[in-house]
Every structure is written in C-alpha cells, then in structure tokens.
Write a protein that binds this ligand. Structure first.
Ligand code: AMP
Ligand code: ZN
Length: 147
C-alpha cells in the first residue's frame, strides 16, 4: 500500500481502523455520516479504493458514487430526519475546499432556516457577452477532444 493510502483517514475508515457510522456499502462504494455534519444526516459517499481526486478516479466508480448519492438523497427525504431538499457537493482540489484527499461526495439534507449559505464573488449575477461564453465553450470542447 502506498504511503498516501496508509496516511488517508478515509482508507482507514474503509479498513475499519477508524470508527464510522455506515449507512450503505457494496464492493466498490461506502457511505457514512460526516463527523462534523452541516445538518443531521450529512453523509459522505466514497470509493473504497483510494483516489485522491477526480482525475485519479475510475469514471465507472464515479458513476457508482453518484448513483449511491442519489439513493441516499432519496432515503434522507423518507428518513424522518429534517430534509426538505438536498445538496450534493464535491470539492475537487484544495482551492475548491477539498480537505480530505480521498474523493468524497457530500449528501447534505437541507431545510428552511438551516443556515447554510454558499457565497459567490462580486462578479456573480453579471451576464458575460455571448461571444465570451462561446470562447469558453470552445476551450472546454477542445479540451474534451484531447482527453
Ligand atoms: P472536504 O472539506 O470536502 O474535503 O470534506 C471533508 C469532510 O470529511 C468534512 O466535512 C469532515 O467533517 C469530514 N471528516 C473528516 N474526518 C472524518 C471522519 N473521521 N469521519 C467522518 N467524517 C470525517
Ligand atoms: Zn484513501
């Protein structure tokens, strides 16, 4: 096992070396409660195999993580916990707010008055000219072709 995996708290949770409150698992995916929940029922869905970021994650497993996330979102709404809506959140990279470098999808129950706010920068709300959007779309399309 690589040093990166030996030091990883989520790999330790998968191995049962650290405690976790599990809500679901299969061969590839594990879901457990976040230790510092934003709201009660806040769940993390992770691949059992270590991947530090999306670039290193098998896309098929990424699909499985999203499927499990959808199931948990639906279950949360029926669970009796306060859940009037759900946010799915994934931080990929330090600058995006990733603190644990083992891919994880947050499933966050939402309810009126829960206090969670996502604040954007000062340019949010402005509509860039269409040619700027076209240029950005073209850059992304070209990158997709070269992947
Ligand atoms: P992120 O900031 O997106 O990387 O999220 C990391 C999340 O992992 C945070 O919400 C932490 O509260 C959560 N976390 C860290 N350690 C543990 C742990 N031992 N068990 C459960 N959740 C954890
Ligand atoms: Zn790991």
């Amino acid at each position: 096992m690589k040093q990166e995996e030996q030091d990883c708290i989520f790999c330790k949770i998968v191995a049962g070396e650290l405690p976790s409150s599990r809500v679901f698992e299969d061969n590839q995916v594990l879901a457990f409660l976040d230790i510092r929940p934003i709201t009660p029922g806040h769940t993390l869905v992770i691949p059992k195999q270590h991947a530090p970021n999306l670039a290193k994650l098998d896309p098929g497993i990424g699909g499985e993580i999203f499927k499990v996330g959808m199931k948990i979102a639906s279950a949360l709404r029926r669970s009796g916990l306060r859940c009037e809506g759900v946010n799915l959140w994934l931080a990929d990279g330090k600058v995006a707010g990733q603190d644990v470098f083992h891919v994880h999808l947050h499933i966050i129950p939402r309810f009126s008055g829960d206090g969670l706010r996502i604040r954007a920068g000062p340019d949010y709300g402005k509509m860039p000219p269409r040619d700027e959007l076209e240029k950005q779309a073209d850059s992304i399309t070209q990158a997709l072709k070269s992947s």
